[in-house]
Design a protein around this ligand. Structure first.
Ligand SMILES: Nc1ncnc2c1ncn2[C@@H]1O[C@H](COP(=O)(O)OP(=O)(O)OP(=O)(O)O)[C@@H](O)[C@H]1O
Ligand SMILES: [Mg+2]
Length: 439
């Protein structure tokens, strides 16, 4: 599970901290920074995929086709107000064979038009020599800790043109250190396993295992911004990875339905969600071998994904995401309530809350729906967060609902939280509190 994300100079956050629970709703006005938080998680996910900094931010092509869309705004708009660098820190549980351990990973990236100049000025602040100018983004600081002990740590003072020095600590002790040199154009964490092996550090197996477990936390993230049009595109049986917009929904549902128990669970959800009396799925195969999900009603009427309603498809895609055999650990949904009727929204909440409990997955969702806030359990309300900006200030802020002062929490417990959300009460409380703090 991911516990916390700290952002420094990332997008519209100068300095902010997001604390997560099993199900975390992000509320906040348009342009407050909710999707920028998704971008921060995507950046970390890009590291988990083993991509270079340029590929993470600019987009990754494999064999000529785009595998990964870069971060919105690319390298020039990733740092707060075009500052020369940004930093992300994430706190998470490692779930390896050893008992659960807490990891803290940090990466600072120079993104100035001339990142080398930015690094040089950092070095000059430390009265160090200058060095030649590379182009593109550079890592200027990166580390991984388990508890309080470093697994590895970079050293800016030994940074060379395209390289950065790294110390790897075999068991957290200074005398167990292995010094290496890594490329600074790529997150160091993805280079270390190979470097340790090349270095003949065969006794660093435990470090390698920790690196792998950390990267698997980053790679097990999925991001959904569902669009019914994408779900209406037929897919080939065997394509069981749901696309970010809901692509391959038909064959993911087909794979889930192969398991009789999961099929029944799916049917129950669909019956509850829609006024349809669905009893079965069909997967008619077209000439090109692709198939499109068709719902069969009790009276025999068939409705293909082509003519199923947008809300039905969105709900099906959520089901496909959460029940898919290709499971992940962390799901980020953009505007979760989109297209779902208010009387059915509780089903979606129910689906997510049951699945985070049973499967130990984690869900983060942005929303503009006051209703959703009313429907989530008290535990989920506690891990919801408000993303906001104060008037006339460019930087975004994050306020966990659990950490609101006592007076405000009492109001939440006694008043209708949906009404409070609708009337911008949360934003007003924050501007009142921060106004007080500044006086
Ligand atoms: N590098 C940056 N520096 C400062 N502000 C930035 C930067 N990049 C983006 N922003 C701000 O972030 C805003 C976009 O934030 P984001 O897309 O996260 O909003 P959101 O909360 O998801 O809104 P919506 O609910 O409309 O989707 C932009 O309007 C811009 O003001
Ligand atoms: Mg958004």
């Amino acid at each position: 599970m991911i516990h916390q994300l700290k952002l420094t100079n990332f997008k519209n956050f100068q300095s902010a901290e997001l604390t997560l629970g099993p199900f975390s709703i992000l509320i906040g006005e348009n342009a407050s920074g909710k999707s920028n938080l998704r971008d921060a998680f995507r950046f970390l996910h890009g590291i988990g995929r083993g991509y270079s900094l340029a590929d993470i931010m600019g987009g990754k092509y494999i064999g000529g086709s785009l595998q990964w869309e870069g971060i919105r705004g690319g390298i020039t708009e990733i740092s707060f107000q075009e500052l020369p660098n940004f930093c992300l820190e994430i706190v998470f549980d490692l779930n390896g064979e050893q008992k659960s351990r807490t990891g803290t990973y940090q990466i600072k990236v120079e993104t100035a038009k001339s990142p080398a100049l930015a690094v040089r000025s950092l070095r000059e602040q430390q009265s160090l020599k200058s060095f030649p100018m590379p182009v593109g983004a550079l890592v200027s600081q990166e580390s991984l800790k388990i508890g309080d002990e470093f697994v590895f740590q970079t050293h800016l003072e030994y940074m060379e043109s395209h390289n950065i020095r790294v110390s790897v600590y075999r068991s957290g002790k200074a005398d167990q250190v292995i010094d290496l040199v890594a490329a600074s154009s790529q997150p160091v964490i993805t280079q270390l396993e190979e470097k340790l092996r090349m270095n003949g550090a065969s006794d660093a197996q435990q470090v390698i295992q920790t690196l792998r477990e950390t990267l698997s936390v980053f790679s097990a993230m999925r991001f959904f911004s569902l669009e019914p049009a994408a779900m209406r595109i037929p897919s080939l049986p065997g394509q069981i990875v749901l696309g970010d917009r809901g692509e391959n929904m038909s064959t993911v549902i087909q794979a889930i339905s192969d398991d009789p128990q999961r099929f029944l669970a799916l049917m129950e959800w669909i019956k509850e969600l829609t006024p349809m009396d669905a009893v079965d799925f069909e997967f008619p195969v077209y000439a090109d071998g692709k198939t499109l999900l068709t719902l069969v009603e009790k009276n025999g009427q068939k409705v293909s994904a082509n003519s199923a309603s947008d809300g039905t498809l969105r709900f099906l895609a959520c089901l496909a995401a959460l029940l898919s055999p290709d499971a992940s650990a962390f799901y980020f949904f953009e505007e979760l309530e989109n297209g779902i009727h208010p009387t059915r929204l509780h089903l979606l909440v129910d689906l997510i809350e049951r699945n985070v409990k049973r499967k130990h997955i984690q869900v983060v969702a942005t929303t503009h729906s006051p209703q959703l806030l009313r429907l989530i359990s008290p535990a989920s309300l506690d891990t919801a967060a408000l993303v906001y900006r104060l008037e006339d200030q460019p930087c975004g802020r994050i306020q966990g609902i659990a950490n609101l002062p006592d007076g405000a929490r009492e109001v939440i417990q006694t008043k209708d939280v949906a009404r409070l959300h609708e009337s911008a009460w949360f934003e007003n409380v924050m501007s009142f509190l921060e106004g007080d703090a500044e006086e």
